[in-house]
Design a protein around this ligand. Structure first.
Ligand SMILES: Nc1ncnc2c1ncn2[C@@H]1O[C@H](COP(=O)(O)OP(=O)(O)OP(=O)(O)O)[C@@H](O)[C@H]1O
Length: 387
């Protein structure tokens, strides 16, 4: 595929499939640790599975330290994985460098948070884009074709007329323009997947929407699969087709973005949505956010990832925690037949029948109403078949 708008492959086709991705970082040992048999590790990412599809945006949402950037780097193959698999068009891939890595990054490109750091200040836009086109074999033959390819890239990211930007240095551009150049550079590879790690979080609020609209346009016109990493769950609703929520290295909820953001099931997602007020959930009586937001949604800090809590990693903060949450890792439980799921024992009727939600909460308060329990268990997820 080239930068044409044709994109012959069917929309929704799975391009990149993460299956049980796991990343543990070794921790430097202190003297006491030298005598321990098991070396300490940071459990940055554990058993993360999802698919990126053509023409769709998948948001990965979570607070700082939840493992989002590590997932992006695992998908970009910048980190070797501890366990799990990464399938590109169904074929397992593991690249370490050299030609296989170049061939992989031609198809899977990473866009970083800080466009100023990712562009070399001593080189012009022309240099950055030419280099990308050349490395990935898209520079054409001769100066004329190169000039046309450069013009096309800048037009694609709405930096027009291209002549105005080609010979500019990064410091001569605004933050939004720099991020557009970084996106154009990624497009120089003509990728099938864009991994956008907090692409707008360092930009002024006023220009964020423009960059998100640009990514949306690329998704639609070029049929690209996009992973959108953010800590802002409200933007996931606006921008992503599907939303996955991570907490302390694990996926805790997933489904279509409208459902996950408007009817969050996992207590952690509810905490996130409540801390990101959404105008549509504000009541008309002047009382502020809706009644549910008045509930106790959880307190405290994320856990240590060197010794993460047993069972559900959110249980030390969860106002609905039950005894089982403190010992058994919850599987993905289906919330509805449209693909909404949560890894939370509240959605296992047998567990709720045997215990009282909140009985093992940090400040157990039986008056706190639990989210509606229901539903059937998604055994496909437990077997590792995530879709
Ligand atoms: N190279 C590394 N060595 C050791 N620990 C790491 C390394 N990279 C990340 N971590 C740890 O892994 C965990 C997940 O980090 P990660 O950067 O993926 O989270 P994040 O959700 O992207 O956070 P942020 O939004 O702040 O970037 C954190 O506890 C972090 O300290």
């Amino acid at each position: 595929m080239t930068l044409s708008e044709s994109a012959a492959a069917p929309a929704d086709e799975v391009v990149l499939d993460a299956v049980g991705l796991t990343k543990h970082f070794p921790v430097r040992r202190r003297l006491r640790g030298l005598f321990s048999r098991t070396p300490a590790v940071v459990h940055a990412v554990d058993d993360v599975s999802f698919a990126l599809r053509r023409g769709r945006v998948t948001a990965l949402v979570g607070e700082s330290g939840s493992g989002k950037s590590t997932v992006a780097r695992l998908l970009a193959q910048l980190y070797p994985r501890t366990a799990g698999d990464l399938r590109l068009h169904g074929t397992s891939t593991r690249v370490r460098g050299g030609r296989p890595f170049r061939s992989y990054v031609r198809r899977v490109q990473l866009i970083l948070q800080d466009p100023f750091a990712s562009l070399n200040p001593v080189h012009t836009v022309r240099y950055h884009l030419t280099r990308s086109l050349r490395i990935h074999g898209n520079a054409g033959r001769g100066a004329e074709e190169l000039e046309a390819a450069l013009g096309k890239l800048l037009t694609r990211v709405s930096l027009t007329p291209p002549e105005r930007y080609l010979d500019a240095f990064p410091h001569e551009l605004s933050g939004g323009q720099r991020q557009r150049v970084a996106i154009a550079r990624a497009l120089g590879a003509d990728p099938e997947v864009l991994l956008a790690d907090e692409p707008v979080s360092m930009l002024d609020v006023s220009i964020r929407l423009g960059v998100l609209n640009l990514l949306q346009d690329l998704k639609e016109r070029l049929n690209i699969a996009i992973l959108y990493i953010t800590h802002d769950i409200a933007s996931a609703r606006y921008f992503a087709d599907e939303t996955i929520v991570m907490y302390a290295g694990r996926m805790v909820e997933g489904g279509d973005s409208e459902t996950v953001t408007q009817n969050p099931a996992h207590p952690y997602t509810r905490l996130l949505t409540d801390s990101a007020p959404d105008p549509e959930r504000i009541t008309g009586d002047g009382a502020g956010v809706d009644a549910a937001a008045g509930e106790d949604r959880g307190q405290g800090e994320p856990p240590s990832l060197i010794t993460p809590p047993a069972g559900c990693r959110f249980h030390p903060r969860c106002p609905h925690a039950m005894r089982r949450c403190t010992v058994d890792l919850p599987p993905r439980l289906t919330i509805d037949r449209l693909g909404h799921w949560a890894a939370c024992w509240l959605y296992d009727p047998a567990t709720v029948a045997a215990d009282t939600p909140g009985s093992a909460a940090p400040d157990a308060d039986p008056a706190v109403p639990a989210p509606p329990a229901a539903v059937e268990r998604d055994d496909t997820a437990a077997r590792g078949e995530t879709r």
